[in-house]
Design a protein around this ligand. Sequence first.
Ligand code: ADP
Ligand code: G6P
Length: 471
Amino acid sequence: MRQSSLVVIANRLPLDDNAAPDGACEWRRSPGGLASALHAILEQAPATWVGWAGGVGPAPALPDIGTLRLQPVSLTEDDLRGYYEGFANSTLWPLYHDAVQQPTFDRGWWETYRTVNRRFAEAAAAVAEPGAAVWVQDYHLQLVPAMLRELRPDLLIGFFMHVPFPPPELYMQLPRRVELLRGMLGADLVGFQREQAAHNVAQLAKKLLGAHATDDAITVGGRTVRTGAFPVSIDVAEMRALATRPDVVSQAGQLRHSLGAPKRVLLSVDRLDYTKGIEHRLTAYSELLRDGFVKVRDTVMVQVAVPSRERVESYRDLRDRIEGEVGRINGEYGRVGEPAIHYLNQPFARSDLAALYLTADVMVVTPLRDGMNLVAKEFVAAREDGAGALVLSEFAGAAAELEQAFLVNPHDVDGLKATLLRAMEADGEDLAARMSSMRRHLTEHDIMAWARAYLSALDHSGRLAERLTAL
Ligand code: ADP
Ligand code: G6P
């Protein structure tokens, strides 16, 4: 088995399977996200990425992506139900997002979650060279750091939580709260999107483990785990390059024309998830239509909602509710050839997303809770023209950085309506000033800066510096 000095473990591999023209399955590096985030650094290590390739049954043989090796972990149908759909996405995901949807505590799922976490830990242990750095990602794999430490005490172990980490009152509901906390604290460095999360973990470590804990470090079992905030970002240069490509700019013009050349385009782009606040947003928009503040003739809303986790009942129910509501709003307020909402339930290429961002006068990003929300950052990165307004939920991690957005509490539908109107009516100078300071922030805080900040903090003693030359 080939070994690496840097190993990333995430539930998903940075891959999409696409049908090749002859119908065969063809693997491609997935666009955006963590894959491109880490690409520049992973290229230099060389590194291995351990993850699930999607689907069930034996893991497929996968080609390297450049110098990045892929180590697939297989899941059975039962694993998929108990680990991915069950414990990860029906217990932890809703609980960690402020329980905006009731979490399900099913005792059967825990064993599967633990078994699958062990499988990931073993796969990583097998490909990590002596003294390597292993970087574990997200809530799916919260037990992996401690398991890995047990298997390979020589490793430098990092854990990064992409989603929020909840306040103690909520976390305390978890039947397996102690094991999960101990699992994560198996790492040398635990990173979060926001400082509040590190504070929450410190409180819990004191309460549940009797640890000595501050917001930067937790000492438990004679070992000190460092914690901190490392807000994740996007590949700003990639989004800028896309959004200034002549074909993308002309596609944006074409899109506006196809939308009926309205005075204003409102855009939302989400995974179809109950944390994204899509229903609250639709309520606000439909009331603006009802009360005559917005007219279908001159304002158009585009809602992109890409299907997600569709085997989980709460996601299917949400889709039914949203589609019912979009149908109702279009039935009530649309005109022939002029729907009030253009609803697109499909994945788009990065260049199509860039064209959509360019078309938007108001980007509406109103999750009820979100670890970061990369869409908000992508929109800002795309707007080289300095135009466009960003309406952003206070409950998205991005709000801590994009302070010049029109910040809003999405639970407050009246406040949301007022903020939408303010953003629609803002003058160009105000918008340009807001956009320019948000863009400045993003330029300095792109995805490379994030990865570099995290990995240098992980390797603070410099023991891997030679091997991680990209740092
Ligand atoms: P989450 O991680 O919860 O899905 P984010 O906003 O942080 O939310 O990230 C979503 C990512 O998915 C962004 O990079 C965005 O560009 C991408 N995305 C969203 N909708 C689509 C779509 N319809 N097609 C392709 N990519 C999409
Ligand atoms: C969030 C999670 C990621 C996850 C993504 C898509 O961003 O933090 O870990 O990969 O959603 O969800 P999925 O269930 O399709 O992987």
